[in-house]
Design a protein around this ligand. Sequence first.
Ligand code: UT7
Length: 322
Amino acid sequence: MIYSKITGTGSYLPEQILTNADLEEMVDTSDDWIRSRTGIEKRHVARNDETTCDLAEKASRAAMEAAKKNKDDIDLIIVATTTPDLIFPSTACLLQQRLGIRGCPAFDIQAVCTGFVYALHVADLFIKTGNSKCALIVGSETMTRIVDWKDRNTCVLFGDGAGAVILEESKRPGILSTHIHADGAYQELLSVPAGISSDYNLVKSDKAFIKMQGNEVFKVAVNTLGSIVDETLRSNSMSSNEIDWLVPHQANTRIISAMAKKLDMPMDRVVVTVDKHGNTSAASIPLALDVAIQDGRIKENDTLLLPAFGGGFTWGSVLLKY
Ligand code: UT7
């Protein structure tokens, strides 16, 4: 049996930090409201000349170094992003060029906050079917570029960053299972209602912003994340006490706590970075993973559950042995 296994992680956060106090100067909000309703204290913001690919490159180089891989070892590149540098080429192709890699397949996945989970699912299939031996999987976002800094409902929530993993062929697990889903019926609750073939004028006038009915999204997110963790445990005949670490998408500490409560997991087995990073969409899980690996909480052979939920709606999870 061939498995795919994470053999190195890396991440990058832009230097510039935006605190809740900074936001108090920009919109009618308060540090107390943001902390109590979301858990967020601060978020990182990319410089104007810093792109999603710039962040991805730094995270990728760190992951390659951690896995002791050089450019010739990488045979697949997938970038999960909602905020690509260009309409085309894909950010994955731009990243491939930056890293000096030539010839291997490289493509983006757009599943908003579930993008990294979708990317791991696809890479796992590439490896299990013998189509890849060593894949570079990245979640990278400059979400602050699509935030309306006058809309207090959304501008306090998002941040920029990137996380990357090297996923290699392995005789032992590795990824135990992946689960991905979507339901396109919820566009009205969460979207950037502008694009290339519709409302392009908003893009041209720099007004392509996230619109969200936060409390409605919240309810669907809590229920859906509850069902995806049930599905994952059931399909592996496991119970939640066999999970060492919950590394969820980081949108809101209240959503994360509700998931932990449902799993009957104490919060000290949950990796939380939303307080320091805000919601970095497709980058949030690989960023959280790298933080907890670097600080020594996640150790070899630990069992990790990575659930995600985002625009689309999309949702999914990955269960793996680190
Ligand atoms: O990444 C995956 C997709 N996204 C999510 O999963 C996000 C899901 N949603 C959420 O995390 C939460 O719904 C939010 C954090 C976005 C909002 O929290 P909430 O507890 O659901 O608040 P709400 O939207 O129901 O608003 C409550 C009140 C409203 O005022 P009124 O109508 O009660 O007078 C809002 O206008 O809070 C007000 N409000 C704010 N007040 C101060 C909304 N944003 C702010 C703000 N500062 N930034």
